[in-house]
Design a protein around this ligand. Structure first.
Ligand code: SF4
Length: 173
């Protein structure tokens, strides 16, 4: 067990131990289970059912990260990571403590995340640990195969630290 993190369980659809398409560098990507957005032609429909997937503990995920010396970062994808904001926040904190880059994908826009944070503070807590937010739903009519790290043109690659510091959305790329 990794010291300093709980045995709290997270419901996930799966983990890709080394990905080069979910953010800069080589990353471990966690696909959480459960998504309320139901984007038409979603590439991961098996992640929608909030009762599906399987459980893994936060310490098990952190051990997978720490065991791989070539990782640059970690990505939370899904599914909808902000559905698991309370559970993911302590994991995000430990990931950042260890110096990894953290990317979060969300079907919510940045503005919707801030609005939801007014009644669910875990939304803003989780967001505060992200380096990069890929925001908004997948829109089939705006799909692209050319854009870096995103599936449709409406999605933005947001530099979260600069955005939170300035109060205005700052794009990372
Ligand atoms: S937010 Fe992502 S996982 Fe959820 S339906 Fe849309 S594309 Fe699929």
């Amino acid at each position: 067990m990794t010291a300093g993190i709980s045995e709290q369980r997270l419901r996930i659809a799966g983990i890709i131990p080394e990905s080069i398409v979910d953010g800069p560098g080589i990353r471990l990507t966690v696909f959480v289970q459960g998504c309320p957005h139901r984007c038409p032609h979603c590439h991961n429909p098996e992640t929608h059912n909030p009762e599906g997937g399987y459980f893994i503990t936060l310490s098990e995920i952190l051990e997978m990260i720490e065991e791989n010396p070539i990782l640059d970062g970690v990505t939370f994808s899904g599914g909808e990571p902000f559905m698991h904001a309370k559970t993911l926040t302590p994991l995000a904190r430990e990931i950042k403590k260890r110096g990894y880059h953290l990317t979060i994908y969300s079907g919510y826009t940045y503005e919707q995340i801030l609005k939801k944070a007014e009644i669910e503070p875990a939304f803003s807590e989780l967001l505060s640990f992200a380096d990069l937010l890929v925001d908004g739903p997948f829109l089939f009519e705006k799909r692209t195969l050319d854009a870096r790290f995103k599936g449709s043109e409406n999605q933005r690659l947001i530099d979260v630290p600069k955005t939170l510091a300035s109060g205005n959305v700052v794009l990372a790329y």
